[in-house]
Design a protein around this ligand. Structure first.
Ligand code: MTE
Length: 347
């Protein structure tokens, strides 16, 4: 079994995000020139001196997994690329790996942005099962490998806009949620699909805290047409590798036109329901967080405007504030899902 944590990666390996996009092309080119064994070493890990400053290595950020299932690492490595043009890709600058993996919301590990990467050490994703329940022909408890095996993974580069008004651009690895859901044969009563995160007080410190405000498990849900939309993915990795614990290993939802809190992490249950399921932030503060949570610059949060966002990495001196787009820039693809709905009431 391949067990590799960030502790094994030399600190000389520096984040390559500025060249990440060119990586595939570079690898193709280098296969054609007399690059010799160095090509193999680029693919396999530590970069040969011939390539300069460890161009394609990753940042020394701990991905916090007790072990990495070999079959999953291999599936992530064998992913395909999304078409270069169209909504599954963007030429906006990627958020560096180090920010994507250290600036997180994962309240099970604490409420600070750095808490998930600090507190999720040695998170166990082996064994992992997903319970499928509710209005479908094939309910059951499925091993992670059975859930993922039939799907080819694809890289999708999506914007992610948090309701807190910051945003990132993330190269996810994942596959269509709709393709997964179809396998369980939802019936005519399946109007919604609900998701739950792992509850494991031993591993998730905030779940054993007496001061936690969330009633665990973290829950989310989608209308069936939202869940079946081709933009909606079950993510299993980012930046060329499987998901770090802090980003929701081993599988999490990514719905790019909605606020980030819909993107539930570390999923252990999927349930087809007749009526609209609970979602954690709506339960906590219904006047501030709705079920739909579509990114909408025209509808302010009661305590702040949603007209603009901070594109990470940002700082006091480099705020990188940009205008927020309707449906996070995916309006052409998804606006029709909400035709006739009052988006001020259905926030
Ligand atoms: N999923 C669980 N289980 N617990 C959480 O606290 N936070 C949500 C979402 N999924 C959260 C979660 C919020 S508020 C956001 S913005 C995104 O995860 C953040 O994802 P990221 O940390 O990968 O950027």
């Amino acid at each position: 079994m391949l067990i590799k944590t960030k502790k094994d990666i030399p600190s000389s390996e520096i984040t390559p995000e500025s060249v990440y996009r060119n990586r595939r092309q570079f690898l193709k080119d280098s296969a054609n020139i007399a690059f010799g064994a160095a090509t193999g070493s680029v693919l396999a890990g530590p970069v040969s001196a011939q390539t300069g400053d460890a161009l394609f290595a990753r940042a020394p950020v701990d991905i916090n997994l007790a072990s990495k299932p070999e079959w999953l690492v291999e599936k992530a490595a064998n992913r395909t690329d999304a078409p270069a043009t169209g909504p599954y890709n963007t030429d906006e600058e990627l958020t560096p790996f180090s920010d994507v993996t250290t600036y997180n919301n994962f309240y099970e590990f604490g409420t600070g942005k750095g808490d998930p990467s600090s507190n999720a050490s040695e998170f166990r994703i082996e064994p992992w099962t997903v319970e499928v329940a509710g209005e479908c022909a094939k309910p059951g408890i499925y091993a992670l490998e059975d859930i993922l095996r039939p799907h080819t993974f694809e890289e999708r580069i999506y914007r992610m806009r948090c309701v807190e008004a910051w945003s990132m651009v993330v190269p996810w690895i994942g596959f269509s949620l709709g393709d997964l859901l179809k396998r369980f044969e939802p019936n005519g009563n399946a109007n919604f699909v609900a998701f739950e995160t792992l509850v494991d007080r031993g591993q998730m410190p905030a779940q054993r805290s007496r001061f936690a405000t969330i009633d665990w498990p973290y829950q989310e849900g989608l209308r069936m047409d939202e869940a079946m939309h081709p933009l909606t993915i079950m993510a299993t990795g980012l930046y060329d590798d499987i998901l770090p614990a802090q980003n929701g290993a081993p599988l999490r939802l990514v719905v790019p036109w909605k606020y980030g809190f819909k993107n539930i992490k570390s999923i252990v249950k999927i349930e087809f329901t007749r009526s609209m399921p609970n979602n954690t932030w709506n339960d906590l503060q219904p006047s501030e967080y709705g079920f739909y949570a579509n990114v909408n610059p025209e509808v302010s949060h009661p305590r702040w405007s949603q007209a603009t966002e901070r594109r990470l990495p940002s700082s006091l001196f480099m705020p990188r504030r940009i205008e927020t787009k309707m449906f996070n820039g995916y309006a052409d693809e998804v606006a029709s899902l909400y035709a006739g709905m009052d988006l001020r009431r259905n926030y």
